[in-house]
Design a protein around this ligand. Structure first.
Ligand code: PEP
Ligand code: MG
Length: 598
């Protein structure tokens, strides 16, 4: 049956593929293809896990004390019965044999199929047996994790196709930013989640990967079935399940068109970004992992404007990266950028980027009433002074290999700024004492809390440059959780309050002679390019995949075209009307003059 779902468009393009539902299992499941020659081995792993769990449960049952509740023994009986029933194993084997899925993926795929069947059962008792199957599956997954290191990681495979050469798309209730990191090396051509907002970090990572994605599709993971054919229209936020042949052909055509357009834009790679009226614009890249730096260079970025260092702190079972490990990661980026500036942001964990379950931060995080307003970013760093100095030392050491800038996230108090600068001074002294080389790095403040924007002159005295984090600035100005799809319609970058804050930060920074850039998602959104140019912005930092299309607009733009509309909007009696006009003009439309009231 064909049907459509609407969500939020977060990463452009079209993906067409078979749905892979990510199990709601509490255990991480690796997804990768095994070579045909290893299918037998994979089936062996499944069987070994089954045997191990049977032994485990049989031993448990034998050791049950005489006074143990009868229900416990009955439960173990049910679990053993499920394990001895061949249908789970046979069906799982089929996924391995026919699709070349790894054993964990095959098992969780089969569990999804069974879970649906249980959900549809009329009988309450039978429906509740789903929990038993889930527990058995989790035991099997654990047994496989003990027997193989494969579970830790999603194996490296090019994005793309299954054993039948059909691309796959991932459908999940939610994907944590840490899990999204796996996508960098995974097989999926696109994804759909039930929850999330357009600037949630999951969406940001999707954009950085340049894979089509729709979030906030609400019922998606409930109504899409394993193996359904799915079209993800990442431009419209539309998901079409089991499309008709005509619709499918239309989307295949659009995919081809997009490839052609991409190739055309890639020719702009080495063209300097200069407006028609001769204003040079700096095109910088946002990156998450050291490996992304190569994509930044390939896209023609003239530096890294935002290196989100916190991704180095994720997926490590609670261990934080040490100074040397961080130094190596930062140095790798600096060397890849080969003399171009690299702006490393100190760790910004918390809110929708929690660390792993075991870490100190996560323990606190779980108890935080409102993590977006809690101990995140610089607040967390200042509460862990040794960790913070360690990171600063690693960043400073990387400066011996190229041009490094240090960026501080989420400042709101001048006291935080001073403490940070003191920590930097101490870290420098420690390096001098240890005889480790570094050069002077510029230190910048992220302006992403309205309070910081409103006290900008004080911050400008302390910092060498500022970078506007518009994702958080919008979230905190409008009091809208950027990751919550239920209020996503109110997350409005065109809100006059947001535009006025951005304009005033750019204006004041320029007046003070300090460099200012935008590194939030607005910088890579072509709808805002001319507005930001007219506000005086000359430094944009975005995902490498967005650089060419924004550059194309810059090359065709007059940097002052929208200036009168911006000035008019902020001066007008009704800023809403003024900003609507600005928006229309930015899109190349003109709104009719309002008739005076009769
Ligand atoms: C921002 O808030 O705009 C920003 C760039 O930081 P992040 O998205 O990582 O919070
Ligand atoms: Mg931010």
């Amino acid at each position: 049956m064909s049907f459509q779902l609407f969500g939020l468009p977060v990463s452009r393009g079209v993906a067409i593929g078979r749905a892979v539902l990510v199990s709601s299992s509490r255990i991480d499941v690796a997804h990768y293809f095994v070579p045909v020659a290893d299918v037998g081995h994979e089936i062996g792993r499944l069987r070994a896990a089954r045997n191990a769990v049977v032994d485990e449960l049989t031993a448990l049952q034998a050791d049950l004390p005489d006074d143990a509740p009868a229900e416990l023994s009955a439960l173990l009986d049910v679990h053993l019965m499920l394990l001895n029933d061949e249908s789970l194993e046979l069906a799982t084997k089929q996924w391995i044999e026919e699709r070349c899925y790894n054993a964990e993926w095959a098992l969780s795929a089969q569990f999804e199929v069974l879970a649906r069947q249980f959900d549809e059962m009329e009988d309450d008792y039978l429906r509740e047996r789903k929990a038993d199957v889930e527990q058995v599956v989790e035991r099997l997954l654990r047994a496989m994790a003990r027997g193989s290191p494969a579970l830790i990681d999603v194996a490296a495979k090019p994005a793309g196709a299954d054993a039948h050469n059909e691309p796959l798309v991932l459908v999940a209730n939610d994907i944590a930013p840490a899990d999204m990191l796996h996508f960098k090396r995974t097989v999926f051509a696109g994804f759909v989640t039930d929850v999330g907002g357009t600037t949630s970090h999951t969406a940001i990572v999707a954009r950085s990967l340049d894979i089509p994605a729709v979030v906030g599709a609400r019922e998606g993971s409930r109504v899409i079935r394993q193996d359904d054919l799915v079209v993800i229209d990442g431009d419209a936020g539309l998901v079409i399940v089991n499309p008709s042949d005509i619709v499918l052909e239309e989307y295949r055509f659009r995919q081809r068109q997009r490839d052609v357009e991409r190739q055309r834009l890639s020719r702009l790679r080495n063209t300097p970004a200069v407006t028609l009226d001769g204003e040079s614009v700096e095109m910088l890249a946002n990156i998450e992992l050291p490996g992304d730096a190569a994509a930044a260079v390939a896209a023609g970025a003239v530096g890294v404007g935002l290196y989100r260092s916190e991704f180095l702190f994720m997926n490590r079972a609670g261990e934080l990266p040490g100074e040397d490990e961080q130094f190596e990661a930062y140095r790798a980026v600096v060397q890849t950028m080969n003399g171009m500036p690299v702006t490393i942001r100190t760790v910004d964990v918390g809110a929708d980027k929690p660390l792993d379950r075991m870490s100190i931060n996560e323990l606190r995080h779980e108890h935080a009433l409102n993590p977006a307003l809690g101990l995140r970013a610089i607040r967390w760093s200042l509460s862990e002074p040794a960790m913070f100095r360690q990171q600063i030392r690693a960043i400073l050491r990387a400066s011996a290999f190229g041009k490094v800038k240090l960026l501080v996230p989420m400042l709101a108090h001048v006291g935080e700024a001073r403490q940070t600068l003191e920590a930097i001074a101490r870290a420098k002294q420690q390096l001098i004492d240890a005889g480790k080389p570094f050069t002077d790095v510029e230190v910048g403040a992220m302006i992403e809390v309205p309070a910081a924007a409103l006290v900008l002159p004080s911050l400008l005295k302390l910092f060498d440059f500022v970078s506007l984090g518009t994702n958080d600035l919008i979230q905190y100005t409008l009091a809208i959780d950027r990751g919550d799809e239920s209020v996503a319609h109110l997350y409005d970058p065109w809100h006059p309050a947001v535009l006025q804050l951005i304009e005033s930060v750019i204006r004041q920074a320029r007046k003070a002679g300090k460099a200012v850039s935008v590194c939030g998602e607005m910088a890579g959104d072509a709808a805002f390019t001319e507005v930001l140019l007219a506000m005086g912005l000359r430094s944009f930092s975005m995902h490498p995949s967005q650089i060419a299309s924004v550059k194309q607009i810059i090359l065709r733009a007059n940097s002052k075209r929208l200036l009168p509309l911006i000035e008019g909007a902020f001066r007008s009696d009704d800023v809403w009307v003024g900003c609507d006009r600005l928006r229309a003009a930015a899109a190349g439309r003109t709104l009719p003059e309002l008739q005076p009231a009769a």
